[in-house]
Design a protein around this ligand. Sequence first.
Ligand SMILES: *[C@@H]1O[C@H](CO)[C@@H](O)[C@H](O)[C@H]1NC(C)=O
Ligand SMILES: *[C@@H]1O[C@H](CO)[C@@H](O)[C@H](O)[C@H]1NC(C)=O
Ligand SMILES: *[C@@H]1O[C@H](CO)[C@@H](O)[C@H](O)[C@H]1NC(C)=O
Ligand SMILES: *[C@@H]1O[C@H](CO)[C@@H](O)[C@H](O)[C@H]1NC(C)=O
Length: 300
Amino acid sequence: MPILRGRPSHSLIALLSVAMIRTLAGPAMAALENQTGQVSVFWGRHKDEGSLSEACDSGMYTAVIMSFLNVYGDGRHQLDLSGHHLAGIGDDIEHCQFVGVLVSLSIRGNYSLASNQSALVLSDNIWNSYLGVFRKGAHRPFGDAKFDSVDLFIEQGNPAKHYDVLARELAKHKIGDGNRKPIQLSATVHCAFMNHLITMGIYERIHVRFFDDDDAHSTNCNAYSEKVWDSWTAAYPSSRIFLGLPASPEAAKEGYLYPKSLYYGVLPVVQKAANYGGVMLCDRNFDARSNFSSYVKRWA
Ligand SMILES: *[C@@H]1O[C@H](CO)[C@@H](O)[C@H](O)[C@H]1NC(C)=O
Ligand SMILES: *[C@@H]1O[C@H](CO)[C@@H](O)[C@H](O)[C@H]1NC(C)=O
Ligand SMILES: *[C@@H]1O[C@H](CO)[C@@H](O)[C@H](O)[C@H]1NC(C)=O
Ligand SMILES: *[C@@H]1O[C@H](CO)[C@@H](O)[C@H](O)[C@H]1NC(C)=O
């Protein structure tokens, strides 16, 4: 179930259209008044996308979401970073944090854990391996490095029994210097998938994917829709809602927005919501080739 496909070619049409609006970014900027400047990007789905540090040093993103930690029904979990070498990533995480980029770990999989107890055990394992304080004997793929945040990547049609217990349990933890900040949880969801599975009030951020990718099921939401955006922002008033977009036309089957539509048609509407959070891009691989974030960064 790759969230994105690996077709690395440039789209000539996209580049032309990007070139045509290059002149837009000047005086017209005044139209956007409620910018947050927040741009999140998924990283870890393509070996050729460059390192985590390179993504953070590009200056384009305020958050990088590492994907994925795959979780199975019995609570087993395994990192899948599409062939990126794990060695050095711990340093990259700390480097990103040093340059002010939030680093999150996205968990994907079958949240149908066998019981509340397995959710508690899983939460404990995630805490000891990726967050928390380095504990002797714990399996730490990235050494001392600690993620700032955990993202739950929730796919349509995936059973999600007990995952809310996992989220609540993770949310109890505090991180940072002297363990003062509560851990930030986010959820990444498909726009069609709004229901009881997203527990109210737990998620600091919700990334809503307004596009269709390879894991598409029969869906009634495959591109940006004002009505759907409004229902998400209304349903989760205490979360910051992010507009989730493909970073190039190749990154998804449907849902790519040309910069001109984004600027004139979409951002002025989504930024009216009091809980507009920013823009989430899928993913670093496509963005590094399309440079879509050079627009998004200025307009988000
Ligand atoms: C998810 O896990 C549950 C419990 O282990 C199992 O019964 C179910 O078949 C799994 N579903 C998928 C899609 O893997
Ligand atoms: C599991 O946790 C949920 C949420 O905290 C609770 O509502 C439910 O009763 C628990 N189930 C069991 C079997 O303990
Ligand atoms: C900015 O946000 C406020 C409150 O959320 C909203 O009332 C206002 O319409 C927004 N302004 C623009 C230009 O979107
Ligand atoms: C991407 O955009 C930025 C900002 O406009 C620019 O500085 C950079 O050279 C561009 N990179 C590529 C590869 O086009």
